[in-house]
Design a protein around this ligand. Structure first.
Ligand SMILES: O=C(O)[C@@H](CO)OP(=O)(O)O
Length: 285
């Protein structure tokens, strides 16, 4: 065999696992597992600030949530061949802590800006509740959760414009946002999904994706075929693994414990998870 993978200092078989085969109605079909996790609570989540591409760290509580997510995955026997995350430290650290708990720190990690949080434009750094007090609850809900209305853009001279951040020096200028709606986030995330992640899953690689509230909303909108109206109601809790079984067309196989409109299931105490989903919605009362 001719693999270039030199992980062991010599040619080895690529780390591709054989997808599970399951039979239903006497048909053989392929099943793939994909696990998503939103980063644990960040310092700016804790301060209730619009974060977007601002690179704040996990809070202490968030580190605990990330470890707990990793422990749950370990307990339930999950393993991974490769992990994807954004270029933002709250997602990267969440992934590291999960992988440490899983004893899988050796697997390849790919960081990509296309997995970054939705850019929050001119709202980045503002307190969410103060913004409600100033602009009203309905307007802020449109900025937070509407599908295709972006928040106001940031200035080109702002520290929040990614063109001023060396982290994005290799990204084409026309790809760097001044603000993003969920739709724009979905479009740039799906470039990476279609070109790299989906083919790898179909090739049998077990992937763990550590990303952000709105990039994961964009991905599950695509996977679960959630409407633009329905996605406004969907909130994703921090640090809780969300497990999908996908069929040979990468369509989710509904799980009995899934919380609609999702077809994948969250690992852990379901009542506590529902409470945490409610807390995300309640950041702007
Ligand atoms: O501030 C942000 O970047 C996101 C996620 O924390 O917030 P929201 O839930 O308002 O989309």
């Amino acid at each position: 065999f001719t693999s270039q993978n030199s992980f062991l200092g010599r040619a080895v078989r690529p780390a591709v696992s054989t997808p599970a085969r399951s039979s239903s109605n006497s048909e053989l079909c392929m099943k793939y597992t994909l696990v998503l996790v939103r980063h644990g609570e960040s310092t700016w989540n804790n301060e209730n600030k619009f974060t977007g591409w601002y690179d704040c760290p996990l809070s202490e509580k968030g580190e605990g949530e990330a470890r707990e997510g990793g422990r749950l995955l370990k307990e339930q026997g999950f393993t991974f061949d490769k992990a994807y995350t954004s270029t933002l430290k709250r997602a990267i650290k969440t992934l590291w802590l999960c992988l440490e708990e899983l004893d899988l720190m050796y697997i390849p990690i790919i960081n990509n800006w296309r997995l970054n949080e939705r850019h929050y434009g001119g709202l980045q750094g503002l307190n969410k509740q103060e913004t409600v007090d100033k602009h009203g609850k309905d307007q802020v809900l449109i900025w937070r959760r509407s599908y295709d209305i972006p928040p106001p853009p940031c200035e080109e001279s702002s520290v929040h414009y990614p063109g001023n951040d060396p982290m994005y020096r290799l990204v084409a200028n026309e790809d760097l946002p001044f603000t993003e709606s969920l739709k724009m986030t979905e479009e740039r995330f799906l470039v990476e999904w279609s070109a790299i992640l989906a083919p790898e899953i179909l090739h049998g690689e077990k992937l763990l994706i550590a990303a952000h509230g709105n990039t994961l909303r964009a991905l599950v909108k695509h996977l679960d075929d959630i409407s633009a109206d329905e996605i406004c109601e969907l909130n994703i809790p921090t640090g809780v693994p969300l497990v999908y079984e996908l069929d040979e067309n990468l369509k989710p196989i509904p799980h009995p414990d899934a919380i609609a409109p999702l077809k994948g299931r969250y690992l852990g105490n379901q009542a506590a998870i529902k409470e945490r989903i409610g807390a995300v919605a309640a950041q702007t009362k």
